[in-house]
Design a protein around this ligand. Sequence first.
Ligand SMILES: [Mg+2]
Length: 423
Amino acid sequence: VTALALIDGNSFYCSCERVFDAKLEKRPVIVLSNNDGCAVARTSEAKALGIKMGQPMFQIRDLCRENKVAVFSSNYALYGDMSRRMNTIYDTFSPDNEIYSIDETFLDVAPVPKGQRTEWAGDLRATTRQWTGIPCSVGIGPTKTLAKLANKASKHLPGGVLDLSDPREQARVMADFPIGDVWGIGRASQAKLLALGIRFAGQVRDMDSKLARQMMTVVGEKIVHELNGIPCIALETVAPQRKGCAVTRSFGSRVTMKVEMEQAVAGYATRLGEKLRRHNLATDQVTVFMHTSRFNDDEPQRSVSMTVDIPEATNDSLQLIKAGRRAVDNLWLSGFRYSKAGIITQDLVRPPIPQRALFDNLDHERAAAVMAAMDEANRRWGRATVVPAATMGGPKKSQSFSTKFEMRSPRFTTRWDELPECR
Ligand SMILES: [Mg+2]
């Protein structure tokens, strides 16, 4: 029988900010999205003021001033590092975990005897709090959906832990658990269910699974089974091996010049390289395609593609750009208004270990170092901070290199020059 725990950081981004400033402990805190656009994390005090998830900053500026709300730009370097620290702790509690998001991890608790899970989870939570400063909640259940539900329900409990291993406990909690808070039930499904008088998780659990499938596709059917304690969504302790990878986009406005197409494809090749490096994969061929819009059938139509072989499997963006450019050179024909292009690759492999031989080796090492530096810069300062020159310009002129982070806290844990100071 499976048993899973979901541990989740409470108001995670805000909690990270509080760790480094004790004065924030009782103050309402919010964290803003990129460019300081809208609130993406709120403490319970901020929620109590009526600040909504995703609410634009300009709507709440006065409210924040009047109520001394601490407002932060997002500090992903800090949140990412805190997340890594927390997962290191989780690893000592259970070897089989799935990191689900920056602040949520599923842990396998089947090895923990049924009667001891609440205590185990309390220990997990207390250790995480003590070692990182982040308050968490833990939900336990036989399926991911029930663990999620338990986690949500545990937020209201003083101990921050809820074990729904027992079917009677499941039934008690599901009886008045709103469907909108069930994992996987979106707004559209919610409206359909409400129309049938289904308001609580317990009623979804009792639905005919075929009906659930009709109303909410296969997702709905899985939800019904999962609420009944039958696992349908496996724990993914290892990210599944990717079979192929694609980066494709529709252009904001039609592309009619070759240089624009080259820049666009170079941009996709760069993105492809990033994806491959993140998964430690490589490829020895890429297919580039481009086509006009089928919806403008009064215009001349064209749809072409070409596969380019790369001598040795690589995930170096510059090599991928070179291959992409060769394809564009071969495929390009003026006189058409292209609406979409992309780069696709199949047969992904582990990157080859560079041969310790002769002249080639130095280039390999230098290229890898350049890519690593580029990835690190983009991770730290945001996507496209550093890009190959071949991608500059491009069909969309709106590329922004000046993301605003006016209220960002220091990167306390990842930068020597931003370490917290004690006096
Ligand atoms: Mg959270």
